[in-house]
Design a protein around this ligand. Structure first.
Ligand SMILES: Nc1nc2c(c(=O)[nH]1)N[C@H]1C(S)=C(S)[C@@H](COP(=O)(O)O)O[C@H]1N2
Ligand SMILES: [Mo]
Length: 328
């Protein structure tokens, strides 16, 4: 269990997401062809092709080399590249699900620096490439459950946050890790709105941050992260609601006290610090018992939400002394 399975180095290696990616593509084509034969959607095949290409300009879609598979990946079918890159929450680019893909294309994720502060030996400002270089990148196909009761399966490419933290050598005073998103009004039109108190902030306990499931994602579907998904570097914590997965990170701080977090600051009775996926604790305005899997069509039945988003065996121990109803 939990063993890293190295991918082959001879180039013959095909990762699970690539297979599924191709399968999705085939399904899509079969669907289009069937539609064309039926005469129902004549002329739209060409449109589908160009719409897909426009999601992320080709020159930004670099393949990431030497990705290692992970035993933590789910074998549930990943959502399509289209779903993952056109249905987003990234309020710095607008509050609509289609706003990030529309408004983030001129965003420049390079050059990029990450500032490390607080109780650690290796603090300072690092260039993105230098920050990433010492680490092995893995494919992690994870379920993602948004607090709004929808979900996806996403083949991330990332680095265990535990590996990064180890390299930064936090001291015993570091009990939490805090993260901040870029706060640049010139590049992020959504910052003009006061929907949140910018910059977007998130945090984890040290135990959560170093849990083997927690990653810093640098890509998806084997390629560099699209801007709308949080380029160049975003957090992924699969047993927590999606809002903990802070995007386009510029600052990491090792702190003693529980740091303030954006959604908790904006509506503390609705969003807690922990934000663990929990079908038994409802949002004050809606049930969290079920979720809509994106990409299955509006008539597909909702599916049950799993405790800790199905990652209970890896994380339940972290919370054994915590009242999850009070610490939502
Ligand atoms: N900086 C920043 N990070 C963010 C958000 C945001 O608005 N700003 N939205 C969060 C929410 S609510 C979700 S569900 C996920 C969505 O990630 P995705 O668009 O890559 O699927 O990003 C999270 N990270
Ligand atoms: Mo979300």
């Amino acid at each position: 269990m939990l063993i890293r399975k190295p991918s082959k180095l001879d180039g013959s290696d095909i990762r699970p997401s690539e297979i599924t990616s191709k399968a999705n593509y085939m399904n899509r084509r079969q669907f289009m062809e069937a539609g064309l034969k039926a005469g129902a959607i004549a002329g739209s095949a060409g449109f589908a092709g160009s719409a897909l290409a426009a999601v992320v300009p080709e020159e930004r879609r670099g393949k990431i080399p030497d990705i290692v598979d992970s035993e933590f990946s789910t074998d549930e079918a990943p959502n399509s590249y289209d779903d993952i890159t056109t249905y987003n929450n990234f309020y710095e680019f607008g509050t609509g699900k289609g706003d990030p893909v529309r408004n983030a294309q001129d965003f420049e994720p390079r050059p990029w620096t990450i500032t490390v502060e607080g109780h650690a030996a290796k603090t300072g400002t690092f260039d993105f490439d230098d920050f990433i270089k010492p680490h092995t990148v893995e494919e992690r196909i994870y379920r993602m459950r948004c607090v709004e009761a929808w979900s996806m399966v996403i083949p991330w490419v990332g680095i265990p946050l535990a590996d990064i933290i180890k390299r930064l050598e936090p001291t015993s005073k570091a009990r939490y890790v805090a993260f901040e998103t870029l706060n640049d009004r010139k590049q992020m039109p959504g910052l003009r709105s006061r929907v949140l108190d910018w910059p977007y902030r998130e945090g984890l306990t040290m135990e959560e941050a170093t849990n083997p499931l927690t990653i810093m994602a640098v890509g998806l579907y084997g390629e560099t992260l699209p801007n709308q998904n949080g380029a160049p570097l975003r957090l992924v914590v699969p047993w927590k609601y999606g809002f903990k997965g802070i995007k386009s990170i510029v600052k990491i701080s090792f702190v003693e006290k529980q740091p303030p977090t954006s959604w908790n600051m904006s509506a503390p009775h609705e969003y807690g610090f922990y934000a663990n996926v929990n079908p038994e604790v409802n949002h004050p305005r809606w049930s969290q018992a079920r979720e809509r899997r994106i990409g299955q069509g509006v008539f597909a039945p909702k599916q049950p939400t799993l405790m800790f988003n199905g990652y209970e065996e890896y994380v339940a121990d972290l919370y054994k002394d915590l009242d999850l109803r009070r610490n939502y």
